[in-house]
Design a protein around this ligand. Sequence first.
Ligand SMILES: C[S@@+](CC[C@H](N)C(=O)[O-])C[C@H]1O[C@@H](n2cnc3c(N)ncnc32)[C@H](O)[C@@H]1O
Length: 336
Amino acid sequence: MGSEALLKPPEPPPDEIYRIVLHAQAFYVLDAALELDLFERLKTPKTAGELAGELGTDPALTETVCDALAALGLLKKRGGAYENSALASAYLTEGSPYCMKNLLRLMRSSLRDRWPRLLDALRGKPVGAGGRDPRLFTLAVAESALAGGLHGVVEVLREIEDLKRARRLLDLGGGHGLYSVALVKLFPQLHAYVLDLPEVLEVAREIVSRYGGDVIDRVHFVPADFTRDDIGSGYDVVLASHSLYGYRERLAEILRKVHAALNGGGLFISNHAHKSQGLRASLFELQIAMARRGFSLFSVGELMSRLREAGFVVEDVAVVGGAWPSTIVVARKPLQ
Ligand SMILES: C[S@@+](CC[C@H](N)C(=O)[O-])C[C@H]1O[C@@H](n2cnc3c(N)ncnc32)[C@H](O)[C@@H]1O
């Protein structure tokens, strides 16, 4: 059996296994580069020697790191000098509207502190969640929306006829407020109400004033906890985007509250990653569940059942692709 393996190439080939390990190693290269602010320094071309001189790093290792970053598509090498690729310029440098630095700060800290303890979590040893800094978290979620999450969802929402007529939209757990800004930009008759915790809305006000431009007077802020406080009423649309993850056990109660807040004929629009929807969703679920025992995402079917129990009629389901795939579920509160 052993000698046959020498002459017969393996099937399937092991490429995918190498890819998994290579990407784990590549994370440390990116992590070190970000720690050193390397992409800020390579806005203009530099040789590895010049870069090492500025950073106080080992010249030979610096060159190998730059070669690895070039192979990853993050740097370009021309005539012995390195500079940022279009990818690094868009997402890894300050000043770009799509800069993901806060998001990467959060991801890097979980990759360093939480993920190495997966085995502990599997064996039942608690993995501390650590405190969440609402400012960093809200900026990070805004960056993830700007880096693509928002655009695919808005493409679907812009085709919904009700939104062309709606006057009041509640953005439930609206966080940074960018969904509200995008929607009031698209629909000139619409006022959006961003409901979130007071400490989150402090940051949202800054973000909305940066991106809101001439529509800022149609974006309003509602500091509240949607599990405990009144969420208002008279809305034509309620949007819940990535805000119901922690509430699988309380979905029925929250959806009844949303139902009561909507006008008859109004729409509830959910945008979430759901259980068993591929690698992204499983890794996202695992990252939270490691620190919060019992956490799990809810499935699309489960959401639809809870919606029907709360009195909604499910009208549409749309899958949004891209870096963070999600599913949009549209449900109506019947008239009367
Ligand atoms: C992942 S962020 C999503 C932000 C935005 N909707 C988006 O899709 O990018 C989840 C938001 O829900 C908010 N949230 C979670 N539970 C909440 C509650 N009980 N009351 C109000 N806001 C809540 C969080 O503070 C956070 O801003």
